[in-house]
Design a protein around this ligand. Structure first.
Ligand SMILES: [Fe+2]
Length: 330
């Protein structure tokens, strides 16, 4: 069995003098006071194949590689996040599904094995990370203040889902940043209509909590795009000769959305995201992408598409958005 990896990250920096000193060096400024605020947001899809292909020591299965172009996109995300020097990663993921209320993981040190239920032969990942409990609790408070039913999850035995672990590993495999993990308060696989309205409020609550606690935060929306996928797997899962879009309709709908992302300010996505969901069963129906853009306050900027590729036929894009004030640093 693989050893459990654990790193001891530094606590978030609260001291304003220290923060000013860092900002005064090479740190990219943020929109808030003393360098705090949301400094970037990423669409960060989580298919377990990407981690399987990378062969990190935390994951038990071994591979010969695969899905390189998407993994190179994540290499670029890792470089950018490190340059941004955030205090915390905040992730919204679709596979921690709650039927009542918006739940925030407030367990100080989640530890365990995350297993992908459909692909346990690809993903059995030993995780051990630290939660930014102050920010997590502030988020619960801001959710309630904004009228959302919400709950602090404090059960240390609850297994962290693979969509949360996947996005966090792919963006920060060193696990040297604290985390705030948010569940998805809906069931994207049973309800026909996306329930995105509350994601607007959850995004606002997230921004308020980050500003109130003075954090520099990077946000992660752990969503795949077009979501129809093959029901057969080749003998070698990473056989790239068997990797292609599920069909041309799904591919074209993804390209339509990505062209909107690349060429139009984010308010255009308020209409484009539901249209894309209707066309593709996109995993964004769980709300992660709408939450991310709402937290960024729908900036008047385009997104930076860093990569696109299919995984068992699904469409996956890695995209960065910066707050409007920081777009020039992209
Ligand atoms: Fe998923």
């Amino acid at each position: 069995m693989s050893r459990v990896f654990r790193m001891e990250p530094s606590p978030p920096r609260h001291d304003s003098m220290e923060r000013e000193a860092v900002v005064g060096a090479d740190r990219v400024p943020a929109s808030g006071v003393n360098g705090s605020g949301i400094v970037a947001g990423y669409l960060a899809p989580h298919p377990p194949h990407l981690i399987y292909a990378e062969n990190p020591p935390q994951n038990e299965p071994r591979s010969t590689g695969g899905w390189e172009v998407l993994r190179w996109a994540y290499d670029e995300v890792r470089r950018r996040v490190r340059a941004l020097q955030p205090d915390v990663l905040v992730v919204h993921a679709p596979h921690w599904i709650t039927m009542v209320g918006h739940h925030v993981n407030c367990v100080p040190n989640p530890r365990g094995i995350s297993v992908e239920p459909i692909f346990p032969h690809l993903f059995r990942y030993h995780y051990d990370f630290r939660t930014d409990v102050d920010l997590a609790e502030a988020l619960v408070e801001r959710c309630e203040a904004n009228g959302l039913v919400s709950r602090a999850m404090r059960e240390p035995g609850v297994r962290v889902d693979y969509a949360t672990i996947g996005a966090l590993h792919l963006v920060n495999p060193a696990w040297d940043l604290p985390v705030v993990s948010i569940g998805a308060n809906n069931n994207p696989y049973f309800y026909a209509d996306a329930e995105l309205e509350q994601m607007e409020v959850l995004g606002r609550a997230t921004r308020e909590a980050i500003e109130a606690t003075g954090r520099r935060a990077v946000l992660l929306a752990s969503n795949t795009l077009s979501h129809l996928h093959f029901d057969r797997e080749s003998d070698l899962p990473e056989d790239m000769s068997q990797e292609y879009p599920f069909n041309n309709h799904q591919y074209r709908a993804d390209m339509t959305l990505l062209e909107t992302i690349r060429t139009r300010p984010t308010p255009a996505l308020r209409a484009a995201i539901p249209e894309h969901i209707a066309a593709t069963e996109s995993e964004t129906k769980s709300g992660s992408l709408t939450w991310l853009l709402a937290a960024l306050d729908w900036p008047d900027t385009t997104g930076d598409v860093l990569g696109y590729g299919t995984i068992i036929g699904t469409g996956n894009a890695v995209v960065e958005w910066r707050p409007k004030e920081l777009a020039r640093h992209g």
